[in-house]
Design a protein around this ligand. Structure first.
Ligand code: NOJ
Length: 508
């Protein structure tokens, strides 16, 4: 890990140099302003926006296969074959970013567009060209590219070998990362290895998302284990071979919904901490804690349940001492996705014979009826949970540098999205308090998402965009919503405007 002065300088030069010089007068006069060093951006992901699923040499990914083979599992039988057709709209999309005035753009790279078979012996030149064009266009417009190497679209050919459950995947991911760093290392300086391993391991290998493993309590843990090994290996390679020449920084994006005890009882408090450890500590503890390895509560719960279920060994795999060492401290910053909050109660103590992650965690999770709803069943508006999440990370992982890589809300289609303005405003106020009152070290914030896109199993029914996409128009027309206007003002001034929303949500 870099020492923090060195790191601060890096972050200052990489993320901040592109943020427009902000009006000092405005900063001084406004009540809620972020510092000049703070960067605002927006985020997207390859499968959700690119389309062109089988064009110019791109290989099949697990999301291509899954949505084609099981259309009935996705809302309205939709898929990402076309999505927002961003593959054909580099200039148009960068124009949208430029109109927003954002300092950075977080996008992801499709592994099977770069390596159609997942392996590095066959590099698809058109894939390299496409991302080079995007990166160049961003840089021309003074927007810093922030690239995620893996946002869930594994090449199908690797899934055929077991995907993230096969330990060999870590070597293949290392090869893929090398291709990315060799080709884009001179122009991309901010890297994220993975996006939300909790989601792609739990929902993908332990649930209903692609590839549809549905083997909770086994495959999800194998997936997490190999993802952590792969992350450690890529970070070490980056640190040793690429850092000096590329002057880049590397992190990983984890998601932490805030877990609030449902009551003040000791049991519910403990349940909240257990849930945080299972859902976030699973990945954060091996990378960001001082000791490394899995959280103790997870280790002991899965070990004990495995034993009671009659297995000769724990369903949670074990790291070697070298692996613990390689993974521990493998970050320059933490990427954080945060959307919502849950209440926790201790679950029933009965251990089921059929293993599962939920059973191992043994916490009942709910949300309060009076928390404002969004258009996603899992997402309610609870801005104070954001501040609590950031403080919990600060307390538990030695106050790491954080880039908020996603935060956002889904609503019904419509351009006058005051609820979205309220959501962003309230969450940014919570973030402001976390930085300025609590001392959390957050250096940037990305809204999810630039525009409406393919929301995985929910198809196009849940819209998160600052720009509305008209899926009925042949051009997939993008139109700015009121929230785009709001976010432009925030990104350009660094301050939260007073003349927008009726601020109905409290931050503390
Ligand atoms: C997190 C994921 O990274 C992103 O792909 C998804 O669309 C958003 N959350 C909203 O659910």
């Amino acid at each position: 890990m870099l020492n923090s002065i060195y790191l601060n300088c890096f972050i200052y030069f990489i993320l901040v140099f592109s943020v427009q010089a902000r009006d000092l007068k405005n900063v001084l006069e406004s009540k809620t302003c972020f510092s000049n060093y703070f960067a605002f951006g927006v985020a997207t992901a390859s499968y959700q926006i690119e389309g062109a699923w089988n064009v110019s040499g791109k290989g099949e990914s697990i999301w291509d296969r899954y949505t084609h083979e099981h259309p009935e599992r996705v809302f309205d039988h939709h898929n990402g074959d076309v999505a927002d057709a961003s593959y054909y709209k580099v200039k148009e999309d960068v124009r949208l970013l430029s109109q927003l005035g954002v300092g950075f753009y977080r996008f992801s790279i499709s592994w099977s567009r770069i390596l159609p078979d997942g392996l590095s012996n066959n590099v698809n030149e058109d894939g390299i060209r496409y991302y080079k064009e995007l990166i160049d266009e961003l840089r021309k417009n003074k927007i810093t590219p922030v690239a995620t190497m893996y946002h869930w679209d594994l090449p199908q050919s690797l899934q055929d070998l077991g995907g993230w459950t096969n330990p060999i995947i870590a070597d293949y991911f290392l090869d893929y990362a090398r291709v990315l760093l060799d080709n884009f290392g001179d122009t991309v300086q901010v890297w994220l290895t993975f996006n939300e391993p909790l989601s792609f391991c739990s929902d993908g290998y332990g649930g209903d998302d692609a590839p549809g493993g549905r083997s909770s309590g086994f495959e999800d843990y194998m997936c997490g284990h190999n993802m952590l090994r792969a992350h450690g290996m890529v970070y070490r390679m980056f640190d040793q071979k690429y850092r000096n020449t590329t002057k880049g920084i590397m992190g990983v994006t984890l998601n932490l919904p805030w877990m609030e005890p449902a009551t003040t009882s000791q049991e519910d408090q403990k349940a909240a901490d257990t849930a945080r450890q299972f859902m976030f500590g699973w990945f954060a503890h091996p990378i960001f804690s001082q000791d490394g390895d899995y959280p103790a509560v997870m280790r002991s719960a899965v070990d004990a349940n495995s034993k009671r279920q009659g297995f000769p060994r724990s369903r949670l795999p074990k790291f070697t001492a070298e692996e613990v060492k390689a993974i521990r401290g493998s970050y320059d910053f933490m990427g954080l996705n945060h959307y919502t909050t849950y209440l926790t109660k201790q679950g029933s103590r009965k251990i089921k014979t059929k293993p599962s992650f939920d059973d191992d965690m043994n916490v009942r999770i709910s949300q309060k009826d009076d928390w404002p709803k969004s258009n996603s069943t899992w997402l309610r508006v609870v801005p104070w949970g954001f501040r609590k999440s950031l403080n919990w990370i600060k307390a538990n992982y030695n106050n790491p540098q954080i880039l908020v890589t996603e935060n956002g809300v889904s609503l019904e289609p419509g351009l006058h999205d005051t609820k979205r303005v309220n959501y962003i405003d309230a969450y940014l106020r919570a973030l402001h308090a976390a930085i300025f009152k609590d001392g959390c070290r957050v250096f940037g914030y990305a809204y999810w998402s630039l525009m409406d896109n393919f929301e995985w199993m929910r198809g196009f029914s849940e819209r998160f965009g600052l720009y509305e996409v008209d899926y009925k128009s042949p051009n997939l027309t993008r139109t700015p919503r009121l929230s785009a206007k709001y976010f432009t003002s925030v990104a350009k001034t660094g301050c939260l405007p007073d003349d927008f929303a009726d601020y109905t949500y409290k931050t503390d």
